[in-house]
Design a protein around this ligand. Structure first.
Ligand SMILES: Cc1ncc(COP(=O)(O)O)c(C=O)c1O
Length: 388
């Protein structure tokens, strides 16, 4: 491929664009991870992350991708053969289910059409039927990155409480953390799973767990094998700002910087910005006459929008054309959605003019690929942005 001039537009729903401030922070020399300077960094990022998860409880940071943080949540709290309730909201929920099966858990996987979030009524029904409390945990994906659907976690909490069920609640916030409002303590979540490469504006490489006291108690009797992922050693060493093995020092410099940036902007402003840019995107898609994959407007994702292609047209050919012509990467359809949808990432370090460029690239791409659509999506989005 010949040189593509100008800045690359990385509009996949993560990894997201890494701001220059974070890149510069990461370029500092690596320090001794057993020295006092590191301990200060360790404390600072662990405390800072608590504000992001909205928790006063425990947070741990692994040098891992998000998948590792999924595994940590399961192996630290559960035992072989334990029953766990999971929901087929999309590709990532399915991968997490596959992991739970491999780990020897007994998974009740509620089927879904990949166009909606978890239904609180189903949660209530399943838990109310479970009179003997065999279900030990409920694991859901807050923002399904494969579909652009956001599950309403507070509604799930209410459903669990109505059923008076003691199951642990585990929530994957990999593509919602620091982009969409999330409250670990207030929503009574026991383990929240996050990672670095989306709303936190970092490269991939950090996996996160926020852990309630109830989950810490469950960890005492959990019997799934664990060593690298064991919370105990991690939490013990974290008390003095250290890690039980070599941490990803330079990513932690980046994390400290991104946490400062999020505090400077203000969390509420971060969420409002994601909402505005997402709403402008949705208006553009509707003006093009294309269909948003998410069926329920109450569950529209503010991190990404998944767009269905008209039948007979390949989303991947469109993406390829846009990459070659306009130097922009859009998200591919995953699993059974391959070729049928493209995903527009609008999370992380992102603003109005970047969105204008993104939508312009898509509108030009649709015309070049001769996809049947109506022009004017960009104008619709700009109009919305200049009024709100
Ligand atoms: C919602 C969700 N869960 C889990 C994962 C897996 O994370 P990773 O690829 O960092 O292991 C992803 C990755 O995009 C995701 O979007």
């Amino acid at each position: 491929m010949s040189y593509l001039s100008g800045k690359h537009f990385l509009q996949i729903p993560g990894p997201t664009n890494v701001p220059d401030r974070v890149l510069r922070a990461m370029s500092s020399p690596t320090i001794d991870h057993r020295g006092s300077e590191f301990a200060r960094l360790g404390y600072e990022v662990l405390e800072g992350l608590k504000q992001i998860f909205k928790t006063s409880s425990t947070v741990v940071i692994y040098p891992s991708s998000g998948t590792g943080a999924w595994e940590a949540a399961l192996v630290n709290t559960l035992s072989p053969g334990d029953k766990i309730l999971m929901f087929e909201t999309g590709y990532f929920a399915t991968l997490w289910r596959n992991m739970a099966v491999k780990l020897g858990l007994d998974v009740d996987f509620v089927s879904g059409d990949w166009r909606r979030g978890v239904d609180p009524a189903v949660v209530e029904e399943k838990l109310s039927e479970d009179k003997k409390h065999n279900i030990k945990a409920l694991a859901v994906v807050h923002n399904e990155t494969s579909t652009g659907v956001t599950t309403r976690v507070p509604e799930l909490r209410k459903a669990i409480d109505r059923a008076r069920h003691p199951a642990l609640l585990m929530v994957d916030t990999i593509s919602s953390l620091a982009s969409i409002d999330y409250r670990h303590d207030e929503w009574g979540v026991d383990v929240t799973i996050g990672c670095s490469q989306k709303g936190l504006m970092l490269p991939p490489g950090l996996g996160l767990n926020a852990i309630s006291d109830k989950a810490l108690k469950a960890a005492k009797s959990s019997r799934l094998p664990k060593s690298y992922w064991d919370w105990e050693g991690m939490i013990n060493d974290n008390q003095s700002g250290f890690f039980p093995y070599t941490p990803a020092t330079n990513l932690l410099y980046g994390l400290r910087e991104s946490l400062w940036m999020l505090v400077e902007e203000g969390f509420e402003n971060v969420f409002a910005r994601h909402h505005r840019l997402a709403e402008a995107t949705r208006r553009a898609v509707k003006a093009w006459g294309l269909e948003i994959l998410c069926l329920n407007p109450e569950e529209y994702s503010n991190s990404l929008t998944a767009v269905l292609m008209p039948s007979g047209y390949s989303a991947d050919e469109l993406r390829e054309l846009i990459l070659k012509k306009f130097n922009m990467s859009l998200g591919t359809g995953l699993g059974k959605l391959k070729g049928k949808i493209f995903r527009i990432g609008h999370l992380g370090d992102f603003n109005e003019l970047m969105l204008a460029g993104t939508l312009s690239g898509i509108e030009m791409g649709l015309a070049l690929a001769k996809v049947p659509f109506s022009k004017g999506g960009v104008t619709e989005a700009l109009d919305y942005l200049s009024r709100h």
